[in-house]
Structures are given as structure tokens and as C-alpha cells.
Write a protein that binds this ligand. Structure first.
Ligand SMILES: NC(=O)c1ccc[n+]([C@@H]2O[C@H](COP(=O)([O-])OP(=O)(O)OC[C@H]3O[C@@H](n4cnc5c(N)ncnc54)[C@H](OP(=O)(O)O)[C@@H]3O)[C@@H](O)[C@H]2O)c1
Length: 503
């Protein structure tokens, strides 16, 4: 049972921090020793905005905080800051009697995490002051659908998603997540264009207003099911003994999901022992490794950020201890805000640079002695073919990935004496979750397809095909190369210009 916050000792700052750490551990399943009071939750520990909201909710229940005083947003970047906010609220409320918390206890003395929002659209009426007014049923249904989509995509508990909360500042739903929600919402509402201007829609209430203006007046809200792309089809391992990567150890960074997951799975099927790495999506990484093992392959999951030196130190020393060396490295991890230049902050640039460039460089240099000790190895880095072209909203990624291509040439030259090759796969738009993050995804995909010779964009398997080839024995003389895998899209002009402005 949670202690009453006003009990003697329980509200001492050190106890509060301990209980906040326990709350964070129960949500993230991270070991307590890395959940220090000082660590930056997002940048250093990779706890994304969804998990931060869950932690805020669990802390709120643990200390019986009023809903409008939950520790979240910019004021709560560390567990120490969260503990400080809790101390402040408890101090303020000590003057007035506080009702006793009745959260059920767990062995760790921490309330269980909030249940994850349901995956089906929610049709129950929502009880906010705004909606209790004289709104028509259709309006209430729209708001409840918008809220349900937010809950489903962000996995926030619905009770946190108040209509007038500022999405970014109060709820910590960043612009990338907002774009993802908008793409799903438009599909769900059957809209062909999104509410505009998206940049100024800072609350769900504002989004509802804008969406209402776009809906045909009496038309019922469409409820098309939302499909999330699944890249990996589990297939049994071939039983051939001549698999190209038997006896090789491969590390694929950022391989809990997306293209990285497909590459890791394919390398395992080709005989490699694969180190799966994930950071923000720890559970996805664990699952990828588990799936590989269950399919008969060999895999190990290592959690950590490629943008964090301490994490890399730990990852590579574990890799060396457990697997004895490394032969193949795929620097797939990537971070880059999708949006126009006026939405990219210095922090976004820094994150993109540290993840894509410093992270790739650090991984390659830490891989070098492990590969050299085995007579050499192969590295593949990941770029986008839009590093050499303009594509609306891809500025941050395009610019940083141009640096990745340059870095690859330099690695090829500097690591060659150790028998290590470095090549880059430069992919065009690939069907998958990332494309859904573009604000007007369906239209863009249609335009890209129309501009692609052959009319079809690449899949993650196409990218994995070339990655395997560049890692394997058939490309021993290919070094410092940038291989474009975009079905020919970047060779054309149509579709690469900004969308025409509506007149
Ligand atoms: N999809 C496309 O259309 C496309 C097009 C061109 C190029 N590419 C490139 O292909 C690669 C894979 O793309 P994708 O679409 O599958 O996914 P993505 O959204 O670009 O993310 C790639 C991976 O990076 C990981 N990641 C992010 N920050 C990390 C960090 N600090 N440390 C470790 N991992 C980190 C993510 O895992 P966590 O959540 O676990 O952190 C995720 O698995 C990327 O390099 C991307 O730039 C993709």
C-alpha cells in the first residue's frame, strides 16, 4: 500500500525521489541503478513522451496528486525534477487535508502502470465541461473520436488527454507524434486533406474545430480501421549449411522495429548471430531478438542509445564479452525531425547529428578493433536518397544523411588497412511506419509512386537485399560506395517539389 504522502518521513525529499524512481522503474522496467535523479529522461535514458506521460500518471497516483498538477512537460526533464515538483505540491497541500491514497500495492510498493488505451475507436461519451454543453451529438462524437485516435497512437491513458491541454508543452506530444496522429486521424475521418494550418493547432479542441470545418455537414464520421505496417513475416530458417553469414556476428543498431528489424531478421536467417539494439523502443528490441531465437536463429538484445557514449561503452563491452568479436555492423539507427525548416530547433539538429553521424562514427570506431582481431569486417551505413535532392519536410534528415554518406567514404579509406569495408545504402521512401509520419502521407505516397519508374516504392526487404549484398562475400571490392535503393524515384523530377499551394 502506498504510504500517505503527509505521513512523517514519507514526504522527506529523499523518500520522494526513491518512490519516484520506483514509479519510473515500474513503467519502464529499467534497472533502478540507471534511473538516477539527474539523468535526462528523454535524451539520456530514451524514455519517450508516451512513457513520460505514463510515469507522470503513476507518480500522480502514488502521491495522490490532483490531475492538473501531474509532473510532466518541460518542467519534468529528470526524475529529480519530478521529485521536486511532487515535493512542492505536497508542501502546498500539507496546509489543507489530503485524502488518503488507495492505490493497490505491488511488491515494489509502486502502483501499477496505467492501462494502455484501447485499440478500438472509443464511442463512449466523454465528460468534459466543453462536451457537456449544448453540442450536437456529431460534435461530441468527433471529439471523442479525435481523443480516441490520440490515445491509440500515443498510447496515453485517455484521462490525460484533456481537450484544451497544449499538445506539446503540457502533454509532451512532440511534432513527429502529432504528425503521426494527424495522418491516422485523417484516414479515420475520411478526409483527403488535413486541417490547416497544422502548425497552429496546439490542442485537440483546435483540431476538432478545424476538422469539423472540413467534414461534410451531415456525413457520419468514417470509421475505417487503421492498418499499421508489419514488415517482418516470420519464416522458418533454411536448413542449408552454406548460409553466407554462418559464424559471423552482426550488430544492427536501431533494429527493434522498421527496416532495422527486417535487416536483423534477414541476417539471422542467413546464419549470423545478431545483436539487436533498441533505445526508445526497448520492448520492440527484446521482442525482435526473441522472435529470431524462436525462429531458430541466434540473437541478443542490447539496449542503449548510439548517441550516448556511456551506453555505447556498455554495449560494446557486453558484445565483446558475450560474443567474442564482431564481423558485420549496420548503422541503421536514425533520428531526424520531419517538418519544414521553421519547425526544426537547434535541439532537433543536435539530436539528428548525434544519432546519425556521431553515433555511426562511434559504432564504427568501436567495431574496428573487434573486426580487426578477426581479420576484417564490413559496415553498412544508412542514408536517404533525398540527401542529394530536395524533398519537402525532409530537410533535417536529408542534410544530416549527406554527412553520413561523406562519413562512409572516410571510414572506407581509414579502416581499409584493417580489412574493413564501409558502404552506404541510400534509400528512397520505403513503405512502413515512417511514411505515415508525414502530415499528408496518403497524397505524398501517391505522388511518389506516380513519379517512380515502375510505379512502386521500395520495401524494407529491398533495402535488406542490398544491405546483405554489401555485407557479404560477393562485394569484396566494393568500398566507400553509396548505393541508391529508391526504385528510381530520385532520377525523376516530378513529385520532388513542394506540393502546390491551394488557391
Ligand atoms: N523508412 C524510410 O522511408 C527511409 C527512407 C530513407 C532512409 N531510411 C533510413 O533507414 C533507416 C531505418 O529507417 P526506419 O524507417 O525503419 O526507422 P526510423 O524511424 O528512421 O528509425 C530507425 C531506428 O532508429 C532507432 N533509434 C533512434 N534513436 C536511436 C538511438 N539514439 N539509439 C539507438 N537507436 C535509435 C529507432 O529505435 P528506438 O525507437 O528503439 O530508439 C528505430 O528503430 C534509418 O537510418 C533511416 O534514416 C528510411
Amino acid at each position: 500500500m502506498s504510504a500517505h504522502p503527509s505521513q512523517q518521513g514519507a514526504s522527506a525529499p529523499s523518500n520522494i525521489l526513491e518512490r519516484v524512481r520506483q514509479c519510473a522503474a515500474s513503467v519502464t522496467r529499467y534497472p533502478l541503478d540507471i534511473l538516477t535523479g539527474e539523468a535526462q529522461l528523454e535524451d539520456e535514458l530514451g524514455i519517450d513522451s508516451v512513457k513520460l506521460a505514463e510515469i507522470a500518471a503513476v507518480v500522480g497516483r502514488e502521491f495522490n496528486l490532483p490531475p492538473d498538477r501531474l509532473p510532466r512537460g518541460g518542467k519534468a526533464p529528470t526524475l529529480g525534477a519530478i521529485a521536486g515538483l511532487v515535493t512542492q505540491v505536497l508542501g502546498e497541500s500539507r496546509a489543507a487535508p489530503v485524502p488518503v491514497a488507495v492505490a493497490p500495492s505491488t511488491p515494489a510498493g509502486v502502483s501499477p502502470p496505467m492501462p494502455v488505451a484501447p485499440t478500438a475507436p472509443v464511442s463512449a461519451p466523454v465528460r468534459t465541461g466543453l462536451e457537456m454543453g449544448a453540442r450536437a451529438d456529431a460534435g461530441v462524437e468527433l471529439e471523442s473520436r479525435v481523443r480516441a485516435v490520440f490515445a491509440r497512437v500515443t498510447r496515453y491513458p485517455e484521462d490525460l488527454l484533456t481537450l484544451h491541454a497544449d499538445l506539446e508543452d503540457e502533454l509532451g506530444i512532440d511534432s513527429v507524434k502529432q504528425a503521426e496522429v494527424m495522418a491516422v486521424l485523417m484516414k479515420e475521418l475520411g478526409l483527403s486533406e488535413g486541417p490547416k494550418p497544422a502548425g497552429r493547432l496546439r490542442t485537440m479542441a483546435a483540431i476538432c474545430e478545424a476538422a469539423r470545418a472540413l467534414l461534410p455537414s451531415a456525413a457520419p464520421v468514417a470509421s475505417a480501421p487503421v492498418s499499421r505496417s508489419v514488415h517482418v513475416v516470420a519464416a522458418p530458417l533454411p536448413s542449408r549449411l552454406d548460409l553466407p553469414f554462418v559464424g559471423k556476428v552482426a550488430l544492427v543498431t536501431g533494429s527493434g522495429k522498421g527496416i532495422g528489424k527486417v535487416i536483423a531478421t534477414r541476417l539471422a536467417r542467413a546464419g549470423a548471430t545478431v545483436v539487436v539494439n533498441s533505445f526508445h523502443s526497448r520492448e520492440d528490441g527484446e521482442k525482435t531478438a526473441r522472435d529470431i531465437v524462436e525462429a531458430g536463429g541466434k540473437a541478443l538484445h542490447l539496449w542503449g542509445s548510439v548517441a550516448n557514449e556511456e551506453h555505447l561503452e556498455r554495449m560494446f563491452s557486453t558484445l565483446g564479452e558475450k560474443l567474442g568479436g564482431l564481423d558485420l555492423l549496420v548503422c541503421n539507427a536514425s533520428n531526424g525531425l520531419i517538418g519544414p525548416f521553421d519547425r526544426i530547433s537547434p535541439r532537433d539538429w543536435d539530436k539528428a547529428f548525434r544519432t546519425c553521424i556521431t553515433g555511426t562514427y562511434e559504432c564504427a570506431m568501436r567495431a574496428r578493433p573487434l573486426m580487426a582481431a578477426r581479420g576484417g569486417g564490413a559496415i553498412v551505413t544508412m542514408s536517404t536518397s533525398m540527401s542529394q535532392r530536395y524533398m519537402h519536410d525532409l530537410g533535417c534528415q536529408g542534410v544530416v544523411k549527406a554527412g553520413v554518406e561523406s562519413l562512409t567514404r572516410y571510414l572506407a579509406a581509414e579502416l581499409a588497412p584493417d580489412g574493413i569495408r564501409a558502404n552506404c545504402v541510400s534509400a528512397g521512401p520505403v513503405h512502413g511506419d515512417l511514411l505515415g509520419m508525414f502530415p499528408d502521407a496518403p497524397e505524398r505516397v501517391a505522388r511518389w509512386e506516380a513519379a517512380t519508374p515502375g510505379g512502386r516504392l521500395c520495401t524494407a526487404d529491398d533495402v535488406a537485399d542490398v544491405t546483405e549484398l554489401l555485407l557479404g562475400p560477393k562485394t569484396q571490392r566494393v568500398n566507400g560506395a553509396i548505393w541508391v535503393v529508391d526504385a528510381g524515384l530520385s532520377g525523376t523530377v516530378d513529385g520532388l517539389l513542394p506540393a502546390p499551394r491551394p488557391s
